[in-house]
Design a protein around this ligand. Sequence first.
Ligand code: HPA
Ligand code: ZN
Length: 350
Amino acid sequence: MNPTLLDTLPRDRLPALLQAMPKAELHIHIEGSLEPELIFALAERNGVTLPYPGVEALRAAYAFTDLQSFLDIYYAGASVLLKEDDFFDMAMAYFRRAAADNVVHAELFFDPQTHTDRGVPFETVINGLTRACQTAREELGVSALLIMCFLRHLSEEAAFDTLAQATPYLDRITGVGLDSGERGNPPEKFARVFARCRELGLRLVAHAGEEGPAEYIRAALDVLNVERIDHGVRCVEDPALVARLAAQRIPLTVCPLSNVKLCVVGTMADHNLATLLDAGLCATVNSDDPAYFGGYINQNFLEAFAALPQLNARHAHTLARNSFDASFVDGDTKGRWRDRLDAVFERAAS
Ligand code: HPA
Ligand code: ZN
């Protein structure tokens, strides 16, 4: 594509372009897409009593001070998920939002331990989610993969037990990740389980450098052998690490609204997204837990670009291209999506 197009596009055309450009979402916890309305609908369907009188009261509780204050409410919200259809309905609601945001591919995190620890069989979770992934492809034209996350506040033994439960379904699971409370739960705790997942041919990612230090990013790379870092924004505290991430082209799945809502940064104007891109890092923009953090992927793009005047059409194109490059699909598919991206930019500039 003509490189000068990217430098001449007026800033006021950016919001429409951010909306229209095809993109992949690589950091979305599907349980974090449960909107309060659906939480209450599922609670009623399943006879679950919630500790909030209604949708407004629940939404009013979404004032987080850190990651843990969010996780407490997030796990409470997930308690309404009991049946295969609940997981299907949750994921389909996300896919419809994603399609409206021109997401052509999504890699969904799911947290089996949040459900199996409540007595919901692993099979129920995986069947609902895989049926939704198939329906999304057929009815919405959105491609999707599943990444199973281990909860890092739980033990290594619990992670191995979850992997054993997943074993009959590994053909439906592309990779594994590591989420939940980061501080005090360093990557090393899961070295052996990640080594086993690698032997099984699973792709590897991990949350690191969200609330935890840059050292956790190094450990995720060196000890867990992950291919992508989820969040990773605290890498800037270690310039040698930034240089390494750029040289090795390790993708970071950045989630701007999440970082603001969980007080990882003060305001969106303080976010380092532009710094990461200008340092040559393969950063992407994602929604993390969109029902809790104030918006889906396009809202993240719009708010970040509105608050950071350095970001321009070239950054927008780079972010969308990075999302395809960093995805776990084959090279031909990435190439087709990159061509679609270029076509949208060329049309916008003409
Ligand atoms: N960080 C860690 N764990 C999570 C998150 C997050 O942003 N969202 C859901 N689980
Ligand atoms: Zn996350």
